[in-house]
Design a protein around this ligand. Structure first.
Ligand SMILES: Cc1ncc(COP(=O)(O)O)c(C=O)c1O
Length: 425
């Protein structure tokens, strides 16, 4: 009888649902999760530091979310039409997110950023989009261009990280170094008149913006007549209830939302300026600026009910203080552990996010992170995984949740200590 792991390797390429680069012998199949713990089909328990890539910000099987989903599920899963939960959720997003004059739903962060870019192109009548090197915005051309570049071409030329995109699609993408306002401004200046949007994660993976960087990027976009799109798939409802735009005090024209908003259920949304979002009104079809937007499951009432329950929990007093305290504890603990082990590394992140970059240099952008020792990073991540820390071994990004406790972080640090000692050369 093949094991679940063997069956998974036989049917899924790489035994994975995507972007989970485990050696075949480490393949597992998960059975269930509760709080910040997951169990595999062999009964092994793991402490989760990826939390559905940050989608389960309240924890797995969180009772309020599970209850809301169960109550909605018996009322019908999907109508591809406005329901009370979707309506309430959109209204709450307009209260929470500063740029949100209007909202439309889709089913993922990938779709949300794709729609935001399409809207920006339609609104401005221009084709080019600027992104920052190393940023992920979803599985499309813009999201994957220069995601993990190796040749480090001269800016603004993109390097595809994924095959399957045409040269024409890549020609419309400009790449700039994050945190380098001067270089970004120069690229914007050279392409003004053809630049539709600047797309940016306000917290770039786990790299914080330098003071004034986001405001400078916003000004550069405005001066060029391009739209500023914040990809808040990660930062939305995580760095603050109002997302990265509230946390950093810079309001974009459009924001892409996903992940934490759905409490683990599939969701995506674009929230933004009414005059831009109104381009999707179906009665505008035939207008050259009309944007097609359709999603069979976007805004479905089960995801919307999960999202409403999630947001209600996040609005409770002390939530963000708790998430930030946990994040600080993890980052400080990691720094102390790495120092004690004599390992040169930089611990990044903000709020409930952390990442380790194995370098003794400053990390401000993709290239400074790329210079790090990736062999050590891989050994560290696989060592943690082997010792029962569930995480994505393709990135050192760690996601915390409201379900994590100080004891879970202590456990993580103990495991990190052993891993550094035994596995990291
Ligand atoms: C910043 C950012 N944008 C977009 C996405 C894509 O979201 P999804 O996986 O829901 O398509 C991700 C996913 O990791 C992300 O981190």
């Amino acid at each position: 009888m093949p094991t679940p792991a063997e069956r998974s390797l036989a049917v899924f390429p790489g035994g994975s649902l995507g972007e989970y680069d485990l050696p075949p012998e480490m393949t597992v199949v998960l059975a269930r999760g509760k709080g910040c713990h997951v169990w595999d089909t062999e009964g092994r328990a793991w402490t989760d530091f990826t939390m559905g890539w940050g989608s389960a910000l309240l924890g797995h099987a969180q009772p309020a979310i599970a209850d809301a989903v169960q109550r909605q599920a018996v009322q019908g899963a999907n109508f591809a039409y406005v329901t009370e939960p979707a309506l309430e959720l959109a209204e709450e997003i307009t209260r929470a997110v500063a740029c949100a004059g209007r909202v439309r739903f889709c089913a993922s962060g990938t779709e949300a950023t794709a729609y935001a870019v399409r809207l920006a192109r339609a609104f401005t009548g221009r084709g080019k989009v600027l992104k920052f090197e190393g940023a992920y915005h979803g599985a499309h051309a813009l999201g994957t261009a220069s995601l993990f570049p190796r040749r480090l071409l001269a800016f603004p030329e993109p390097e595809p990280t994924s095959a399957g995109f045409t040269a024409a699609a890549l020609r419309d993408i400009l790449v700039a170094p994050y945190n380098d306002l001067e270089a970004t401004r120069a690229i914007v200046e050279r392409h003004r008149g053809e630049l539709a949007a600047i797309v940016i994660e306000p917290l770039h993976r786990c790299t914080s913006p330098r003071p004034g960087f986001l405001a400078g990027v916003a000004a550069a976009a405005r001066e060029a007549g391009a739209l500023l799109v914040f990809d808040e798939t990660v930062t939305g409802f995580r760095l603050a209830y109002g997302g990265g735009q509230a946390y950093y005090g810079v309001v974009p024209d459009l924001a892409a939302l996903g992940k934490a908003l759905g409490g683990g259920y599939p969701i995506g949304a674009v929230a933004g300026r009414a005059d831009v979002l109104e381009l999707v009104r179906e009665d505008r079809m035939g207008d050259p600026r009309y944007v097609w937007w359709a999603s069979s499951v976007g805004g479905n009432p089960v995801s919307a009910a999960a999202a409403l329950a999630t947001l209600a929990e996040l609005r409770r007093a002390g939530t963000y203080e708790r998430l930030f305290a946990l994040g600080a504890l993890l980052r400080d603990g990691l720094r102390a552990t790495l120092t004690k082990a004599g390992v040169a590394a930089h611990v990044q992140g903000d709020g409930p996010l952390a990442a380790v970059v194995f370098t003794d240099g400053e990390v401000v952008d993709y290239r400074s992170a790329h210079a790090a020792d990736r062999r050590r990073a891989r050994a560290f991540l696989l060592g943690l995984f082997r010792r029962g820390i569930f995480l994505n071994p393709m990135s050192t990004k760690l996601y915390l949740s409201l379900a994590h406790t100080e004891a879970d972080l202590e456990h993580f640090l103990d495991v990190a200590r052993a891993t550094l000692e035994e596995d990291v050369p």
